[in-house]
Structures are given as structure tokens and as C-alpha cells.
Design a protein around this ligand. Structure first.
Ligand code: PLP
Length: 375
């Protein structure tokens, strides 16, 4: 099946009673235990609504199994802790989503885990590995600098050294990139973003082998970040249009990136689809499309005033919705990082991260143009 078809059909629970084409919402958090081989505990990660989503993300990511969580951070932290424990080392990119970074800096010590932060080059990641390293955590493209990691190189090295690899595929989505096909063990998502796609829910997802999922599930059941059935239904409904939305948004992003690159008032555009961008050659190999996220810096203009002047594009934390949104990572996703650390990894105060929506591209460009003119 092609992705569009899988997004619509995979995982759907066929309701025999009504013959309905959608998975019904199963609400019971209490069920009969009498005369059952196995006692059901239908709350944590095993409801019919959760199961439908697990199957859908597994199909889209080309994985054996999938699991839905109540947040992206729930999916990420549970997956890391399932494979790294006391005395182990985790190698992680230094320029990735701020929440993942702060989980490592604030909490790994508590669990007796050490973390080595590296740059996004494959050689930097490989050189950071020691015999204590149990997990490598990457993101590609990264949040917010859109750096592209050579996924296959990392996967091959990790397999040879029996290290579990985790990639955050939130920015690319399975529409544009399927890391499991490149040898990565575990894909994690903030489903709050493109999988949900309408800026109205918080959820996370994992896709991996059956064996790895069993371990993640074991830990997930005691940590408990399980998604309720009503939100599962919304997510399942949203994922049916994932391909349509992401393809349109990706197309818009390419045009906006080229538009920004040609403006005198823009000093730098970070977008893997641009030939001028550092990660472009690797992105061309491992991505089907270059995604709908981009970042940029203004030349001689106040970025705060610029975003204030926008009418259509809204300032907002989060990303991946149908509506175009813009934010300053220094004030939002990376606010917990010290200014020095942010500057070291290249996240300047003036950097703007743009989540390109599905509006008509002419309207988005017109809004950017008027916003720049006013400042
Ligand atoms: C790349 C990435 N991963 C993970 C997360 C965390 O996801 P959630 O907000 O669903 O916990 C985010 C949130 O912004 C993100 O951008």
C-alpha cells in the first residue's frame, strides 16, 4: 500500500455491530475480569482506540509495531529510559528539541545515566560513543536549526556496536522520511505536531520492532502516559489526512524558503530543501520531501517587531498545524537552555522558526512582505 492509503485505512477497527467505516470511541475504563484467560486492564496502552493508532503509525513508519502516548515527551522519555539505566551513557545531539535536551541535563543524573552531547555530524556522534553508550538519540532535521544527520551512517555504526538508536521524526513525518527503513531502531514523534495537525491535541507516538516495543510498553505501563480514547479518535481522524496536509505544507515551505532566500532583509535561511543549505545533499538522499519547517534570521531588522507586524502568520509555541505559525526558539522551545549554550549551538536570539501552514502560499508571502516593510 502507498502512504496515502495506509494513512486512511491502516489500523481501523471494523465495527461489526454497525458496519461503520471509522473506529468507534471505546470509553470504558472498567471491564469484566470473570472467565478471562488474561485479566484485561483496559486503560494503559491497550484499548482498541490506542491499538488502531499503534497499527497506523507502524504501517506509515514501516515498523512492526507502534504505540501512542499522551505527549511527545512521554514517548521520548519512556523510550530512552527503557534502554538506558544506571551506569549507562547516552549520546545525544546538542542542538535538538529543548525538552529532550533538558530531560537529559536535568534528569539523567537522577537515574545514574550520563549524557554526551555532540554536534550533528555523523563523525562527531560516532566519536562520542564509548563502551558505556547504550543509546544514541538524534533528530533530523533538528529543531530549530534544521540540521540534517546522516541517518544511515549512524544506524550502521550503532548496529555494529549493539547500541539502540532513537530518532525524533517529528519534523520530517513519515510522509517525508522513514528512518526505520534506514536501520534506525526506534522512531518517536510529538504527535502534537503534524500527526495531530490541527493544533488541538497533545500526544506522542513510537514505532519500532515488536521486541523493542515490548520493553517500551513494560515501562510505559508503570509510568502511565497513556492517551484517552476520545483524543485517540481525534488523532486517528487527523492521521487520515496526514499525507495530504504534509505534502501541501512541504510544497509551501519550499516556495517560502526560496522567497526568503531572495529577500535582502533576510540574512540566512535554514531549510534542507535549499541547495545553499549545508545538509541539502544528505537530505536529498534520505528525505522524500524536505518538510514544512524552516528557520531564518533577519538582517538589520528587529525580529520581535517583525513578528508583531504579521497578520496571517500567528506567533505561537508548537508547530505542525494547518495554520502558519512563527516563534522565537530562544523565548520558547529553547528558553530553558542558557544563553551561552544557545549561542554555542547556533540558536541566536534573533532566530525565527517558521511552521509553514496549508494556506495559499501567496497569502503567506504577502504577509511576510508586509511585516518586513512595516519594520
Ligand atoms: C521535535 C520535537 N520533539 C518533541 C517535542 C515534545 O512534544 P510534546 O509537546 O508533544 O510533548 C516537541 C515539542 O515541541 C518537538 O518539537
Amino acid at each position: 500500500m502507498k502512504k496515502e492509503t495506509m494513512a486512511i485505512h491502516k489500523g481501523t477497527y471494523k465495527d461489526k455491530l454497525t458496519g461503520g467505516v471509522n473506529t468507534p470511541i471505546f470509553t470504558s475504563s472498567a471491564s469484566d475480569y470473570m472467565d478471562k484467560d488474561e485479566t484485561p486492564y483496559p486503560r494503559y496502552f491497550n484499548t482498541i482506540n490506542q491499538d488502531a493508532l499503534g497499527k497506523k503509525i507502524a504501517a506509515l513508519e514501516g515498523a512492526e509495531a507502534g504505540l501512542v502516548f499522551s505527549s511527545g515527551m512521554g514517548a521520548i522519555s519512556t523510550s530512552i529510559l527503557a534502554f538506558a539505566g544506571s551506569g549507562d551513557n547516552v549520546v545525544m545531539l546538542d542542538a535538538l528539541y529543548g525538552g529532550t535536551h533538558s530531560f537529559a541535563t536535568s534528569w539523567f543524573g537522577h537515574f545514574g545515566i550520563t549524557c554526551t552531547f555532540t554536534q550533528t555530524y555523523a563523525d562527531s556522534i560516532i566519536n562520542a560513543v564509548t563502551d558505556k553508550t547504550k543509546v544514541i538519540v538524534i533528530e533530523s532535521p533538528t529543531n530549530p536549526l534544521l540540521a540534517v544527520v546522516d541517518i544511515e551512517k549512524i544506524a550502521i555504526f550503532a548496529k555494529q556496536n549493539k547500541i539502540t538508536t532513537i530518532i525524533d521524526n517529528t519534523f520530517a513525518t513519515p510522509v517525508n522520511q522513514t528512518p526505520i527503513e534506514m536501520g534506525i531502531d526506534i522512531v518517536v514523534h510529538s504527535g502534537t505536531k503534524y500527526l495531530g495537525g490541527h493544533s488541538d491535541m497533545c500526544c506522542g507516538m513510537v514505532a519500532c520492532s515488536n521486541k523493542k516495543l515490548t520493553k517500551i510498553l513494560d515501562l510505559a505501563r508503570v509510568l502511565g502516559p497513556s492517551l484517552d480514547s476520545r483524543t485517540c479518535y481525534l488523532l486517528e481522524r487527523s492521521m487520515k489526512t496526514l499525507v495530504l496536509r504534509v505534502e501541501k505544507q512541504t510544497q509551501n515551505a519550499m516556495e517560502i524558503a526560496q522567497f526568503l532566500e531572495n529577500l535582502n532583509s533576510v540574512s540566512k535561511v535554514y531549510y534542507p530543501g535549499l541547495k545553499s543549505f549545508g545538509g541539502h545533499e544528505i537530505a536529498k538522499i534520505q528525505m522524500r520531501g524536505f518538510g514544512a519547517m524552516l528557520s531564518f534570521e533577519l538582517k538589520d531588522k528587529d525580529s520581535y517587531k517583525f513578528v508583531k507586524n504579521l497578520n496571517l502568520v500567528q506567533t505561537a509555541v508548537s508547530l505542525g498545524g494547518l495554520e502558519s505559525t512563527i516563534c522565537s526558539p530562544a523565548l520558547t522551545s529553547h528558553e530553558k537552555m542558557s544563553k551561552e549554550e544557545r549561542e554555542r549551538i547556533g540558536v541566536k536570539n534573533s532566530l525565527l522558526r517558521f511552521s509553514v501552514g496549508a494556506e495559499h502560499v501567496d497569502d503567506i508571502m504577502a504577509d511576510i512582505a508586509q511585516g518586513l516593510e512595516k519594520c
